[in-house]
Ligand binder design. Structure first.
Ligand SMILES: Cc1cn([C@H]2C[C@H](O)[C@@H](COP(=O)(O)OP(=O)(O)OP(=O)(O)O)O2)c(=O)[nH]c1=O
Length: 187
């Protein structure tokens, strides 16, 4: 069973750690700084997978399965990563207000010389919000560590997201449904 399989989660994301715990998996966290630049000509799905593979290359292990991931927000082809500051977060959230966008999470699994990469995409519809509501959100929820400057798991998801089409956990940072199926290929 997966629960006895040793796993390294190579991610500082508290959401990813929370989701693996909810999956009942036995894992430890290892961190390394990785340059997250990518070639300009890639699609959003390819970018998410490319960066997750880049993160995986920084690690090696024979007995454990290494899990890396990268989540990006795409709005009409524009990539929204993590904001640099409040003004940048505000700019992103104003763009997301009233429109639908996609969230892509790329995942790479490595054990010894076996590697599997995949991604999932979720469509997220946001209601229109005012500048005051955006200021309130940023000041109270500090979404500086989140792609697209929002967390579907916090106020923005509870109040602003009207509907999603696809995996909720994928938006949070790990498509757990697909991840479970892919992990089974290693045992
Ligand atoms: C869209 C969205 C993103 N996020 C988070 C998930 C990720 O932590 C972050 C995207 O940045 P990532 O670069 O994917 O991950 P990270 O920098 O947090 O951690 P690491 O690179 O070490 O794996 O945005 C949410 O928590 N909720 C959301 O709704």
């Amino acid at each position: 069973m997966l629960q006895n399989t040793p796993i390294i989660l190579a991610s500082k994301s508290p959401r990813r750690q929370e989701l693996l715990k909810l999956m009942g998996l036995n894992f430890k966290v290892e961190l390394k700084d990785v340059d997250e630049s990518y070639p300009e000509n890639l699609s959003p799905a390819e970018i998410a997978v490319y960066i997750s593979e880049k993160k995986a290359k920084a690690f090696s292990a024979d007995d454990e399965i290494i899990i890396t991931a990268d989540t990006i927000v795409a709005l009409n082809g524009e990539i929204l990563g993590k904001p640099n500051d409040k003004a940048h977060a505000k700019e992103m959230l104003k763009k997301l207000s009233g429109y639908k966008h996609e969230v892509y999470t790329g995942v790479t699994l490595v054990k010894g010389d076996k590697k599997i990469s995949f991604y999932d995409v979720t469509e997220v519809h946001c209601k229109t919000v005012t500048e005051r509501e955006i200021d309130f959100y940023i000041d109270n929820y500090q979404p500086y560590d989140k792609a697209g400057s929002y967390g579907v798991q916090d106020w923005w998801g509870i109040v602003v997201v009207e509907k999603i089409n696809g995996s909720y956990t994928n938006v949070m940072g790990l498509p757990t449904e697909k991840l479970y199926n892919e992990l089974l290929k290693f045992i």
